[in-house]
Design a protein around this ligand. Sequence first.
Ligand SMILES: NC(=O)c1ccc[n+]([C@@H]2O[C@H](COP(=O)([O-])OP(=O)(O)OC[C@H]3O[C@@H](n4cnc5c(N)ncnc54)[C@H](OP(=O)(O)O)[C@@H]3O)[C@@H](O)[C@H]2O)c1
Length: 277
Amino acid sequence: MAIDGKIIVLTGATSGIGEDAAFLLASMGTLLVLPVRNMEKGENLKREIIERTGNSNIHLMECDLASFTSIRNFASDLKKRFNKLHVLINNAGIWERDRKETVDGIEMNFGVNHLAPFLLTNLLLDELRTGAPSRIINVSSTAHRYGKINFDDPEGKKRFCSIIAYGRSKNANILFTRRLARMVEKDGITVNCLHPGFVSTHLFDRLNPLIRYGGRLFMISPHKGAETIVYLASSDEVEGVTGEYFARKKIRKPSASARDDAAAEKLWELSRKYTGI
Ligand SMILES: NC(=O)c1ccc[n+]([C@@H]2O[C@H](COP(=O)([O-])OP(=O)(O)OC[C@H]3O[C@@H](n4cnc5c(N)ncnc54)[C@H](OP(=O)(O)O)[C@@H]3O)[C@@H](O)[C@H]2O)c1
């Protein structure tokens, strides 16, 4: 779709893949809304985007995805400023090595990587309907393959393993994408998710230094990592395509556990209870 002038919300633009996606989208003439938790970092980013792209339609808004109240406040502020939305990109994410909790007392990987986009997206559906044809893009990961959801212990309270907790949150991104895609198809909203590649970013900062530095040898640049996001946001090739998982701009088959529609339904109900949607 012609993307200039389109209103795009992009989370996680202050670092890594999201930062490069923000520069690429701004250079295409979009109106970018950037929810950020660190306003100082956000101001620096905004200044740099305007300087480098000449696009001054960059709107910074405060939003901590580890807090349901902050997400709700952001959504309500956004509704006052914009009555429609064309693209929502749920990119922000974390990989916590130790078991930590959000402001609402929820395990951090599950809370920030899954429940936050679940809540934010549901709060913005009316604006996406008004902006239709519109697109939702969820940044998942190939790590979803080792993270089948454990409904008996979704937050790793009984047993916590960082890799599995992260993988489960990314598996949840795909289940959410597929379930939501069916729900909003009639509204002219498409929903897709992606693996951006193994990208050199701050995501791995909290992991073992050996994995971190060894892994750098095989990683691609954040610019390259942002390409599939920008493709899904802007390309005519994916007009009408929905409920799919992409990598390198191609549809891929996610793991069997991420294609389990019964699990997607169960996760949806669980997420509704957590977020009060
Ligand atoms: N890097 C990879 O190899 C890879 C592979 C597969 C999938 N992914 C996915 O790609 C996405 C982007 O990750 P990245 O690699 O670019 O990591 P990154 O460099 O660490 O960037 C993460 C972004 O998320 C933001 N964020 C984290 N917690 C937040 C919170 N509570 N509230 C608001 N914003 C928050 C960060 O904000 P601050 O700047 O304030 O920290 C930052 O802008 C994630 O969903 C990740 O799971 C990455």
